[in-house]
Design a protein around this ligand. Structure first.
Ligand SMILES: *[C@@H]1O[C@H](CO)[C@@H](O)[C@H](O)[C@H]1NC(C)=O
Length: 212
């Protein structure tokens, strides 16, 4: 049992050049880290909003598999994935049915753990402000978090967020976050009965679910 142990997750921030492809893969919700059992919608969008695209992926379970190959539901150029598993982690992209053109790819990761570090869907552009969010599966509200880059502490986020301003290549690296604070809602009632002043303390401490 991990109790108050520290939870860490890793995320990489890449700085990539802006794609000039005609089709873009949009992820909704717009993030690249997910908890197991969450759902995501992958949308291939081109200027003509055509249906001529499919979503493909490379994961440990197979390369270049299509949304309709059993891991998603394709509707037009939109692929829905429900109840994601860690094995759905991998690289996703849009591709024309003929295979002649494709979008830039994005990395999605699905965590079976209790804390994820959310970073934006790639690419992050030089000069952008990038918000990192350290999110617990349970409780789902924001908890204070500590952030690290390449093993060094870089700051606290009281609500679980940290923003990197005007990122440049020097911001590239391996980021992680901890949530090691358990929320404790504590209240004690003291009741005194009788003249012998036998005091009893009923302890009403309640603890939020342990992050395991
Ligand atoms: C997917 O895997 C194939 C086969 O290994 C590789 O050629 C291709 O570059 C990969 N695609 C992406 C977007 O990583």
């Amino acid at each position: 049992m991990e109790g108050t142990s520290v939870h860490r997750l890793l995320a990489l921030i890449f700085l990539l050049s802006r794609s000039t492809n005609q089709v873009h893969l949009t992820v909704s919700p717009s993030r690249s880290q997910f908890f197991q059992y969450e759902s995501v919608t992958l949308i291939c969008e081109d200027e003509n909003r055509s249906d001529g695209w499919t979503v493909r992926r490379n994961t440990s379970r197979g390369t270049r598999t299509e949304c309709k190959d059993g891991w998603g539901k394709l509707n037009g150029s939109v692929c829905n994935m429900n109840y994601m598993q860690p094995s759905d982690s991998g690289v996703y992209w849009c591709e024309s049915r003929s295979g002649s053109s494709s979008s830039s790819s994005i990395q999605l990761s699905v965590s079976g753990g209790s804390v994820i570090l959310q970073s934006p869907v790639l690419p992050v552009m030089e000069g952008d402000d990038v918000t990192l969010s350290c999110r617990a599966r349970n409780p789902t509200h924001n908890l204070p978090a500590a952030f690290y880059k390449d093993g060094s502490f870089i700051g606290d986020g009281s609500s679980g967020h940290m923003t990197l301003l005007h990122v440049s290549s020097s911001d590239e690296g391996l980021y992680k976050c901890n949530i090691n604070v358990m929320e404790v809602i504590s209240s004690s009632r003291i009741s005194v009965k009788g003249q012998r002043s036998a005091a009893s303390v009923s302890d009403l401490n309640t603890f939020s679910p342990i992050l395991n």
